[in-house]
Structure formats: structure tokens, C-alpha cells
Design a protein around this ligand. Structure first.
Ligand SMILES: [Zn+2]
Length: 80
């Protein structure tokens, strides 16, 4: 992992907690304890914000070593 990404802002964390689909496409979040990244609207929520890093794109998340969540499939229909 060469580039480090920031933890969520309060607004981003709220979007994740609320499963706010209007934020889908604006960022994805990676969960460091699982190595998975998700859309803000993913039905499976991370336990703790301190385990979360925000990636601006799915490409950035994959380049950081995270794998796409199989529930919300953030990199489909295409990698962005
Ligand atoms: Zn997910």
C-alpha cells in the first residue's frame, strides 16, 4: 500500500451509517480489518470508523489492496 487514504469525514461516515445511495459513485470505503471495499449504500456496515479508509474511486481502492464487496459490488458495472 503505497498511498495512504484518509478516514471518513463526519459527512462521509454519516452517509455510510445511513446507507445513503445518493453518495454512491462519490467514494467507496475500505474496511481495513477485512480488506473489502464497499459503496456507501452497502447493507453490511463496518463496525468502527477508525477501521475505515475513504477511496475516491474503486481503482484507488483496488490499487491499495482492497477487494470489492460481493454484496454491494462497488466496481460494477465498471471499474471507476
Ligand atoms: Zn459492500
Amino acid at each position: 500500500m503505497s498511498t495512504s487514504y484518509p478516514p471518513p469525514t463526519p459527512q462521509q461516515w454519516q452517509a455510510i451509517v445511513d446507507r445513503d445511495a445518493s453518495e454512491d459513485g462519490n467514494f467507496v470505503y475500505g474496511v481495513r480489518s477485512t480488506g473489502i471495499f464497499c459503496r456507501p449504500s452497502c447493507p453490511s456496515r463496518p463496525a468502527r470508523p477508525e477501521n475505515v479508509v475513504i477511496h475516491p474511486t474503486t481503482k484507488a481502492a483496488r490499487e491499495s489492496g482492497f477487494r470489492a464487496c460481493l454484496r454491494c459490488r462497488p466496481a460494477e458495472p465498471e471499474l471507476w
